[in-house]
Design a protein around this ligand. Structure first.
Ligand code: FER
Length: 306
Protein backbone atom coordinates (compact mmCIF):
# COMPACT_ATOMS: atom_id res chain seq x y z
CA UNK A 1 0.00 0.00 0.00
CA UNK A 2 1.50 3.30 -1.07
CA UNK A 3 1.69 6.11 1.44
CA UNK A 4 -0.31 9.23 0.75
CA UNK A 5 2.94 11.11 0.29
CA UNK A 6 4.33 8.74 -2.32
CA UNK A 7 0.99 8.66 -4.10
CA UNK A 8 0.84 12.45 -4.17
CA UNK A 9 4.42 12.49 -5.39
CA UNK A 10 3.67 10.05 -8.22
CA UNK A 11 0.70 12.17 -9.26
CA UNK A 12 2.85 15.28 -9.32
CA UNK A 13 5.54 13.47 -11.31
CA UNK A 14 2.95 12.09 -13.70
CA UNK A 15 1.56 15.58 -14.21
CA UNK A 16 5.04 16.87 -14.90
CA UNK A 17 5.70 14.04 -17.35
CA UNK A 18 2.51 14.75 -19.26
CA UNK A 19 3.33 18.46 -19.44
CA UNK A 20 6.94 17.77 -20.35
CA UNK A 21 5.89 15.24 -22.99
CA UNK A 22 5.22 17.82 -25.59
CA UNK A 23 8.37 19.78 -24.89
CA UNK A 24 10.76 16.87 -25.39
CA UNK A 25 12.84 16.57 -28.50
CA UNK A 26 11.99 13.66 -30.82
CA UNK A 27 15.30 11.99 -29.88
CA UNK A 28 13.97 11.36 -26.37
CA UNK A 29 14.28 7.66 -25.64
CA UNK A 30 11.55 7.25 -23.00
CA UNK A 31 9.68 3.93 -23.31
CA UNK A 32 6.42 5.73 -24.13
CA UNK A 33 8.17 7.73 -26.83
CA UNK A 34 9.76 4.61 -28.27
CA UNK A 35 6.36 2.93 -28.49
CA UNK A 36 4.89 6.06 -30.02
CA UNK A 37 7.71 6.21 -32.57
CA UNK A 38 8.28 9.94 -32.66
CA UNK A 39 11.78 9.31 -33.98
CA UNK A 40 10.90 9.05 -37.68
CA UNK A 41 13.57 10.48 -39.95
CA UNK A 42 12.61 13.99 -41.01
CA UNK A 43 12.98 14.73 -44.72
CA UNK A 44 12.13 18.28 -45.70
CA UNK A 45 11.07 19.29 -49.22
CA UNK A 46 11.78 22.74 -50.71
CA UNK A 47 8.22 23.89 -50.02
CA UNK A 48 8.26 22.78 -46.37
CA UNK A 49 8.90 26.34 -45.18
CA UNK A 50 7.67 28.88 -42.68
CA UNK A 51 4.82 31.09 -43.90
CA UNK A 52 4.42 33.29 -40.83
CA UNK A 53 6.76 34.82 -38.23
CA UNK A 54 6.81 33.83 -34.57
CA UNK A 55 4.10 35.46 -32.48
CA UNK A 56 5.18 38.85 -31.06
CA UNK A 57 6.60 39.18 -27.53
CA UNK A 58 3.99 38.50 -24.87
CA UNK A 59 1.36 37.10 -27.23
CA UNK A 60 0.57 34.29 -24.78
CA UNK A 61 -0.06 36.46 -21.72
CA UNK A 62 -3.09 38.74 -21.31
CA UNK A 63 -2.04 42.23 -22.46
CA UNK A 64 -4.16 43.93 -19.83
CA UNK A 65 -3.01 41.70 -16.98
CA UNK A 66 -6.18 39.58 -17.07
CA UNK A 67 -8.49 38.11 -19.70
CA UNK A 68 -10.96 40.70 -21.00
CA UNK A 69 -13.35 37.90 -21.96
CA UNK A 70 -14.02 35.00 -19.61
CA UNK A 71 -13.69 31.27 -19.26
CA UNK A 72 -16.31 28.93 -17.92
CA UNK A 73 -16.68 25.22 -17.43
CA UNK A 74 -19.43 23.71 -19.58
CA UNK A 75 -21.00 20.28 -19.08
CA UNK A 76 -23.09 18.21 -21.46
CA UNK A 77 -24.61 14.74 -21.58
CA UNK A 78 -23.06 12.41 -24.11
CA UNK A 79 -24.91 9.50 -25.67
CA UNK A 80 -21.54 8.22 -26.87
CA UNK A 81 -19.96 7.78 -23.45
CA UNK A 82 -23.17 7.63 -21.43
CA UNK A 83 -21.65 10.21 -19.09
CA UNK A 84 -21.67 13.90 -18.37
CA UNK A 85 -18.63 15.47 -20.04
CA UNK A 86 -16.67 18.69 -19.54
CA UNK A 87 -15.42 21.44 -21.84
CA UNK A 88 -13.79 24.79 -21.20
CA UNK A 89 -15.58 27.62 -22.97
CA UNK A 90 -14.03 31.02 -23.67
CA UNK A 91 -16.48 33.90 -24.13
CA UNK A 92 -15.23 37.11 -25.76
CA UNK A 93 -15.33 40.56 -24.09
CA UNK A 94 -18.88 41.90 -23.96
CA UNK A 95 -20.53 38.52 -24.66
CA UNK A 96 -23.38 38.42 -25.57
CA UNK A 97 -24.73 42.01 -25.95
CA UNK A 98 -27.46 40.90 -28.33
CA UNK A 99 -25.02 39.39 -30.80
CA UNK A 100 -24.42 35.90 -32.06
CA UNK A 101 -20.86 34.62 -32.32
CA UNK A 102 -18.94 32.15 -34.48
CA UNK A 103 -17.46 29.16 -32.65
CA UNK A 104 -14.00 27.61 -32.74
CA UNK A 105 -13.64 24.07 -31.38
CA UNK A 106 -10.07 23.34 -30.19
CA UNK A 107 -8.97 19.71 -29.75
CA UNK A 108 -6.08 18.56 -27.54
CA UNK A 109 -3.36 15.90 -27.83
CA UNK A 110 -3.00 12.29 -26.71
CA UNK A 111 -1.81 13.12 -23.19
CA UNK A 112 -4.15 16.04 -22.64
CA UNK A 113 -7.73 16.82 -21.79
CA UNK A 114 -10.05 19.86 -21.93
CA UNK A 115 -7.43 21.85 -19.99
CA UNK A 116 -4.48 21.36 -22.36
CA UNK A 117 -5.14 24.23 -24.78
CA UNK A 118 -5.86 26.61 -21.91
CA UNK A 119 -3.30 25.47 -19.35
CA UNK A 120 -0.37 24.47 -21.55
CA UNK A 121 -0.77 26.60 -24.68
CA UNK A 122 -2.67 29.59 -23.19
CA UNK A 123 -5.16 29.59 -26.05
CA UNK A 124 -7.57 31.76 -24.06
CA UNK A 125 -4.95 34.50 -23.62
CA UNK A 126 -3.80 34.29 -27.26
CA UNK A 127 -7.31 34.71 -28.64
CA UNK A 128 -8.41 37.23 -26.01
CA UNK A 129 -5.44 39.48 -26.90
CA UNK A 130 -6.20 39.24 -30.62
CA UNK A 131 -9.87 40.10 -30.11
CA UNK A 132 -9.04 43.02 -27.79
CA UNK A 133 -6.55 44.32 -30.39
CA UNK A 134 -9.14 43.97 -33.19
CA UNK A 135 -7.06 41.34 -34.97
CA UNK A 136 -9.45 38.40 -34.57
CA UNK A 137 -13.22 38.29 -35.02
CA UNK A 138 -14.90 38.00 -31.59
CA UNK A 139 -15.63 34.30 -31.18
CA UNK A 140 -16.62 31.65 -28.68
CA UNK A 141 -13.89 29.03 -28.19
CA UNK A 142 -14.83 25.54 -27.00
CA UNK A 143 -12.09 23.29 -25.62
CA UNK A 144 -13.62 19.85 -25.06
CA UNK A 145 -12.23 16.55 -23.83
CA UNK A 146 -11.56 14.67 -27.08
CA UNK A 147 -11.21 11.23 -25.46
CA UNK A 148 -14.80 9.98 -25.74
CA UNK A 149 -14.62 7.11 -23.26
CA UNK A 150 -16.75 6.50 -20.15
CA UNK A 151 -13.54 7.15 -18.19
CA UNK A 152 -12.14 10.12 -20.09
CA UNK A 153 -9.37 10.96 -17.63
CA UNK A 154 -5.78 11.06 -18.90
CA UNK A 155 -4.58 7.42 -18.57
CA UNK A 156 -2.32 7.05 -15.58
CA UNK A 157 0.19 4.77 -17.31
CA UNK A 158 0.99 4.43 -20.99
CA UNK A 159 -1.02 6.90 -23.07
CA UNK A 160 -0.14 5.18 -26.36
CA UNK A 161 -2.67 2.37 -26.09
CA UNK A 162 -5.28 1.27 -28.65
CA UNK A 163 -8.03 2.03 -26.08
CA UNK A 164 -6.87 5.62 -25.58
CA UNK A 165 -6.59 6.15 -29.35
CA UNK A 166 -10.04 4.60 -29.89
CA UNK A 167 -11.48 7.23 -27.55
CA UNK A 168 -10.19 9.95 -29.88
CA UNK A 169 -11.93 8.28 -32.87
CA UNK A 170 -15.19 7.90 -30.93
CA UNK A 171 -15.19 11.64 -30.28
CA UNK A 172 -16.45 12.21 -33.85
CA UNK A 173 -20.06 11.35 -32.94
CA UNK A 174 -19.77 12.93 -29.50
CA UNK A 175 -18.76 16.23 -31.14
CA UNK A 176 -21.35 16.17 -33.93
CA UNK A 177 -24.36 14.70 -32.11
CA UNK A 178 -23.93 15.94 -28.54
CA UNK A 179 -21.36 18.69 -27.96
CA UNK A 180 -22.17 21.02 -30.89
CA UNK A 181 -25.95 20.88 -30.34
CA UNK A 182 -25.45 21.49 -26.59
CA UNK A 183 -23.17 24.49 -27.24
CA UNK A 184 -25.59 25.97 -29.78
CA UNK A 185 -28.48 25.45 -27.33
CA UNK A 186 -26.77 27.22 -24.44
CA UNK A 187 -24.72 29.99 -26.07
CA UNK A 188 -25.47 32.86 -28.41
CA UNK A 189 -23.86 31.27 -31.47
CA UNK A 190 -24.09 31.42 -35.22
CA UNK A 191 -24.91 27.77 -35.79
CA UNK A 192 -23.90 27.17 -39.40
CA UNK A 193 -20.79 25.83 -41.15
CA UNK A 194 -19.57 29.28 -42.18
CA UNK A 195 -19.37 30.24 -38.52
CA UNK A 196 -17.89 27.02 -37.17
CA UNK A 197 -14.17 26.20 -37.09
CA UNK A 198 -12.35 23.08 -35.94
CA UNK A 199 -8.68 22.98 -35.02
CA UNK A 200 -6.43 20.77 -32.96
CA UNK A 201 -2.94 19.77 -31.96
CA UNK A 202 -1.42 16.36 -32.59
CA UNK A 203 -4.19 13.75 -31.94
CA UNK A 204 -6.52 16.77 -32.15
CA UNK A 205 -4.90 17.72 -35.47
CA UNK A 206 -5.63 14.23 -36.77
CA UNK A 207 -9.20 14.52 -35.46
CA UNK A 208 -9.51 17.87 -37.25
CA UNK A 209 -8.46 16.32 -40.56
CA UNK A 210 -10.67 13.26 -40.08
CA UNK A 211 -13.81 14.91 -38.74
CA UNK A 212 -13.47 18.29 -40.45
CA UNK A 213 -12.77 17.06 -43.97
CA UNK A 214 -15.34 14.31 -43.41
CA UNK A 215 -18.04 16.83 -42.45
CA UNK A 216 -17.66 19.85 -44.69
CA UNK A 217 -21.34 20.62 -44.10
CA UNK A 218 -20.53 21.26 -40.45
CA UNK A 219 -17.15 23.09 -40.60
CA UNK A 220 -15.82 25.60 -43.13
CA UNK A 221 -12.55 26.49 -41.34
CA UNK A 222 -9.99 23.87 -40.33
CA UNK A 223 -6.63 24.02 -38.58
CA UNK A 224 -4.50 20.89 -38.13
CA UNK A 225 -1.35 21.50 -36.07
CA UNK A 226 1.34 18.76 -35.84
CA UNK A 227 -1.18 16.06 -36.78
CA UNK A 228 -0.60 12.62 -35.26
CA UNK A 229 -0.70 9.14 -36.88
CA UNK A 230 -4.47 9.01 -36.32
CA UNK A 231 -4.67 11.11 -39.52
CA UNK A 232 -6.44 9.06 -42.22
CA UNK A 233 -4.65 8.55 -45.57
CA UNK A 234 -4.99 11.70 -47.72
CA UNK A 235 -7.10 10.07 -50.47
CA UNK A 236 -9.54 8.92 -47.81
CA UNK A 237 -9.61 12.39 -46.24
CA UNK A 238 -10.25 14.15 -49.54
CA UNK A 239 -11.83 11.69 -51.99
CA UNK A 240 -13.51 14.57 -53.85
CA UNK A 241 -11.04 17.46 -54.30
CA UNK A 242 -13.63 19.56 -56.16
CA UNK A 243 -16.00 19.37 -53.20
CA UNK A 244 -13.23 20.34 -50.77
CA UNK A 245 -12.24 23.22 -53.06
CA UNK A 246 -15.83 24.47 -53.13
CA UNK A 247 -16.59 24.14 -49.45
CA UNK A 248 -13.44 24.98 -47.48
CA UNK A 249 -12.95 28.59 -46.45
CA UNK A 250 -9.59 27.80 -44.84
CA UNK A 251 -7.54 24.67 -44.43
CA UNK A 252 -4.51 25.57 -42.33
CA UNK A 253 -1.87 22.88 -41.82
CA UNK A 254 1.24 23.33 -39.72
CA UNK A 255 4.06 21.30 -38.27
CA UNK A 256 7.51 21.91 -36.80
CA UNK A 257 10.53 20.98 -38.89
CA UNK A 258 11.91 19.15 -35.82
CA UNK A 259 8.73 17.10 -35.27
CA UNK A 260 9.15 13.37 -35.99
CA UNK A 261 5.45 13.21 -36.92
CA UNK A 262 5.81 15.70 -39.81
CA UNK A 263 5.39 13.01 -42.49
CA UNK A 264 1.64 12.81 -41.75
CA UNK A 265 1.14 16.53 -42.42
CA UNK A 266 3.51 16.45 -45.40
CA UNK A 267 1.45 13.63 -46.91
CA UNK A 268 -1.77 15.63 -46.67
CA UNK A 269 -0.09 18.80 -47.98
CA UNK A 270 1.38 16.99 -51.00
CA UNK A 271 -1.91 15.33 -51.89
CA UNK A 272 -3.76 18.65 -51.63
CA UNK A 273 -1.14 20.35 -53.78
CA UNK A 274 -1.38 17.63 -56.44
CA UNK A 275 -5.16 17.96 -56.46
CA UNK A 276 -5.26 21.77 -56.40
CA UNK A 277 -6.99 22.12 -53.07
CA UNK A 278 -5.97 25.52 -51.62
CA UNK A 279 -4.49 25.38 -48.14
CA UNK A 280 -1.94 27.04 -45.89
CA UNK A 281 1.18 24.95 -45.18
CA UNK A 282 3.29 26.45 -42.43
CA UNK A 283 6.42 24.57 -41.40
CA UNK A 284 7.93 26.35 -38.42
CA UNK A 285 11.22 25.73 -36.61
CA UNK A 286 9.75 23.95 -33.59
CA UNK A 287 9.32 20.36 -32.50
CA UNK A 288 6.17 18.65 -31.21
CA UNK A 289 5.57 21.37 -28.69
CA UNK A 290 3.54 24.21 -27.29
CA UNK A 291 5.59 26.89 -29.04
CA UNK A 292 4.47 25.55 -32.39
CA UNK A 293 0.84 25.22 -31.27
CA UNK A 294 0.69 28.70 -29.72
CA UNK A 295 2.26 30.34 -32.77
CA UNK A 296 -0.02 28.56 -35.20
CA UNK A 297 -3.13 29.26 -33.15
CA UNK A 298 -2.06 32.92 -33.17
CA UNK A 299 -1.99 32.96 -36.99
CA UNK A 300 -4.94 30.63 -37.62
CA UNK A 301 -7.35 32.47 -35.33
CA UNK A 302 -6.73 35.77 -37.15
CA UNK A 303 -7.72 34.20 -40.48
CA UNK A 304 -11.04 32.61 -39.56
CA UNK A 305 -14.61 33.91 -39.84
CA UNK A 306 -13.67 36.67 -42.30
C1 FER B 1 1.80 8.01 -32.11
C2 FER B 1 2.61 9.10 -31.83
C3 FER B 1 2.03 10.26 -31.31
C4 FER B 1 0.43 8.09 -31.88
C5 FER B 1 -0.12 9.26 -31.36
C6 FER B 1 0.69 10.34 -31.07
C7 FER B 1 -1.66 7.05 -31.97
C8 FER B 1 0.08 11.53 -30.51
C9 FER B 1 0.77 12.52 -29.95
C10 FER B 1 0.09 13.69 -29.33
O1 FER B 1 -1.14 13.78 -29.36
O2 FER B 1 0.83 14.55 -28.83
O3 FER B 1 2.32 6.88 -32.63
O4 FER B 1 -0.31 7.00 -32.19
Amino acid sequence: MKSLLSRTLSLVLLGAAVTARAQEEPADASPARARANFAHTIVLAPDDVRMFPEGPDGFRTPHKGALQGRLELFEYDSGVTGRRRKANVYLPPGYPTGRKYPVLYLLHGIGGNHDEWRGYVHADAIIDNLIVDGRAVPMVVVMPNGRALPDDRIPSGNIYTPENSAGFAKFERDLLDFLIPAIDAKYSTLADREHRALAGLSMGGGQTFNFGLGHLDTFAWLGAFSAAPNTKPPAELVPDPALARAKLRLLYISCGNKDGLISFSQGVHRYLKEHDVPHVWNVDDHGHDGDSWAGNLYHFSQQIFR
